[in-house]
Ligand binder design. Structure first.
Ligand SMILES: NC(=O)c1ccc[n+]([C@@H]2O[C@H](COP(=O)([O-])OP(=O)(O)OC[C@H]3O[C@@H](n4cnc5c(N)ncnc54)[C@H](O)[C@@H]3O)[C@@H](O)[C@H]2O)c1
Ligand SMILES: O=C(O)C[C@H](O)C(=O)O
Ligand SMILES: [Mn+2]
Length: 547
């Protein structure tokens, strides 16, 4: 039996002023609310007016988070109605501000689980307590070592897990009571946080090595034990751990790393969209990834798989890539290569001036890439000189400056369009306005994994997937084709966020079909479309059974 006040304080059950007279009677809420009974529509109108009265993006976010804390149904109903407006507020880029000010703004743990490296024996209880008896199907976990491109944010990074989950529900329709955001607090190397008396996380340096990996393993074991039907999504781990963790679990459980695989997917989908516009072939492209870290190498691997599916051998496919990191173009003998970088290195003998290829300008001059992707965290790195040099050697340069948040982008969409006289095919990490240039309105696709992971994850959950493999990833990358009208001048390389619910559903169906076709579903599924449709949650008030 639920205590009356606990219903009002439970965001998964609370309806606020929408509790009917009968419900108030039944649940012991009579007299605990003003007498008027409102509809969800009336509540939505009132809440949106309040939202609009807030002047800064952060104030808007704080208001929405308060609503989220109170009443998930109302929050998601409002988000459904104003999806394009709310995405940048609850998610990237404004989530970055809330992460930087997490301690100052803290009001509510938002049903997250806080796993501590200092209390390994509490991990199972931690997850159980945070789930509070809910049937968890989706876990987004971060250790916050690489939050967007902003580095280490300790426990503050929990907001990215919460934000990613909000997009899951808004875009794909995962039931918000079936999700669990998790912070793995392994300490932090962010000196500012360690010195901050208000910092809420473990006040010591990051734990690394065996103790770190034991914590991760304990977490995975407990997560699988408590929520055997769940999908595990990894977010914003550091460069040295992200791939290692993924490789350890990817063949055993339903899991993926969003920065590696989600980003790889959205970039390949964007490239396929761009090539649809330029009518070029992927086998004729030279791909430069600037910032050969977690995302950069995830992107390279996804494109590599596509080239191999197009019939190239591994050796042939590798010849299409130029990976660039701090050291410059990565060669076989470059110092400090990561395991993910090694397969994508070049030979010095390919270039007459190999030793000079230590900066992007020299590399672009030597390579003449047709595709340039930025995941470097280096703002403004795609300069006018570099972009013009690239555009001098290819008709439709494909340029995706993807570093987030806004202040870290390698270039703006507007500059890329201007510098190339409208020829560049552009996608940016954060939302970008249309660019009006020479009478054409250029629509800019959002090259953000948020376009892909909700549909991917939802499809995996709905199909009760045992694991995610290359076949399913590849099928998903091709699922967005045909949504954008590429014959229109200024067409975007990716479908707009305004259609995210539509294409997330399509993506989920393609993913679920691929799982079932490969026999990777745990439970029998007769009708894939129905399985996806049945799983979809919509923000409407349900009857509460209080027995
Ligand atoms: N749009 C998206 O969907 C999306 C997805 C994932 C990551 N990102 C963004 O990409 C960026 C990188 O994320 P990550 O997870 O790969 O981080 P990461 O730390 O794993 O990788 C960043 C890489 O950039 C390299 N780098 C740093 N300075 C450089 C320089 N001067 N020149 C060349 N390379 C340099 C680093 O050495 C590292 O290898 C972040 O800003 C992140 O927000 C965007
Ligand atoms: O969070 C985002 O906006 C995309 C991506 O996962 C990132 O780390 O930048
Ligand atoms: Mn990320």
């Amino acid at each position: 039996m639920l205590h009356n006040q606990s219903i009002l304080n439970n965001p998964f059950l609370n309806k606020g002023t929408a509790f009917t007279k009968e419900e108030r009677q039944k649940l012991g809420l009579t007299g605990t609310l003003p007498s008027q009974v409102q509809t969800l529509e009336q509540q939505t109108t009132q809440a949106y007016a309040q939202f609009q009265s807030k002047t800064t993006p952060l104030e808007k976010r704080i208001f929405l988070m308060t609503l989220f804390n109170e009443n998930r149904t109302l929050f998601y109903r409002l988000m459904d109605d104003h999806l394009v407006e709310f995405m940048p507020i609850v998610y990237d880029p404004v989530v970055a501000d809330s992460i930087e000010q997490y301690n100052e703004l803290f009001l509510n743990p938002q049903n997250a689980a806080f796993v501590s490296v200092d209390a390994p024996d509490d991990i199972e209880d931690t997850l159980r307590n945070a789930a509070g008896g809910r049937d968890i199907r989706l876990v987004v976990v971060t250790d916050s070592e690489g939050i967007l491109g902003m580095g280490d944010w300790g426990v503050n990074g929990v907001d990215i897990a919460i934000g990613k989950l909000m997009v899951y529900t808004a875009a794909a329709g995962i039931d918000p009571s079936q999700v669990l955001p998790v912070s793995i607090d392994a300490g932090t190397n962010n000196q500012k946080l360690l010195n901050d008396p208000l910092y809420l996380g473990n006040r010591h340096e990051r734990v690394t090595g065996d103790r770190y990996y034991e914590t991760i393993d304990k977490f995975v074991q407990a997560e699988q034990k408590l929520f055997p039907e769940s999908l595990l999504h990894w977010e914003d781990f550091g460069r040295s751990n992200a791939q290692v963790i993924l490789d350890k679990y990817k063949d055993k459980i339903a899991t993926f790393n969003d920065d590696i695989q989600g980003t790889g997917m959205v970039v390949l989908a964007g490239i396929l969209g761009a090539l649809n516009i330029s009518k070029e072939n992927i086998k004729d492209q030279k791909i430069l990834t600037f910032g050969a870290g977690t995302a950069g190498m995830g992107i390279a691997n996804q494109i590599m798989d596509e080239l191999m599916q197009e019939g190239l051998t591994e050796e042939e496919a590798k010849q299409h890539f130029y990976a660039v990191d701090k050291q410059g173009l990565l060669f076989e003998d470059t110092a400090d290569l990561t395991p993910a970088q090694k397969p994508f290195t070049r030979k010095r003998s390919e270039f007459t001036n190999a030793d000079e290829l230590t900066n992007l300008e020299a590399i672009v001059k030597a390579v003449h890439p047709t595709i340039m992707i930025g995941t470097s965290t280096q703002p403004g790195a795609f300069t006018e000189t570099i972009v013009k040099e690239m555009a001098d050697h290819t008709e439709r340069p494909i340029i995706f400056p993807l570093s987030n948040p806004t202040k870290l982008a390698e270039a703006t969409a507007e500059n890329l369009i201007k510098w190339t006289d409208g020829r560049a095919l552009v996608a940016t990490g954060i939302p970008a306005e249309d660019v009006d240039y020479n009478g054409v309105s250029y629509q800019i696709g959002q090259g953000n994994n948020a376009l892909m992971y909700p549909g991917l994850g939802f499809g995996l959950i709905a199909s009760t997937a045992k694991l995610l493999n290359k076949e399913t990833l590849s099928a998903a990358c091709h699922a967005l084709g045909g949504i954008v009208d590429t014959s229109k001048p200024g067409a975007a390389v990716l479908p707009p966020v305004s259609k995210i619910t539509e294409f997330s559903q399509k993506l989920a169906e393609v993913v679920a079909q691929s799982i079932v076709d490969q026999g990777l579903n745990k439970e029998p599924i007769q009708d894939v479309k129905k399985a996806v449709a049945d799983m979809k949650w919509t923000p409407e008030y349900q009857d509460i059974n209080n027995d």
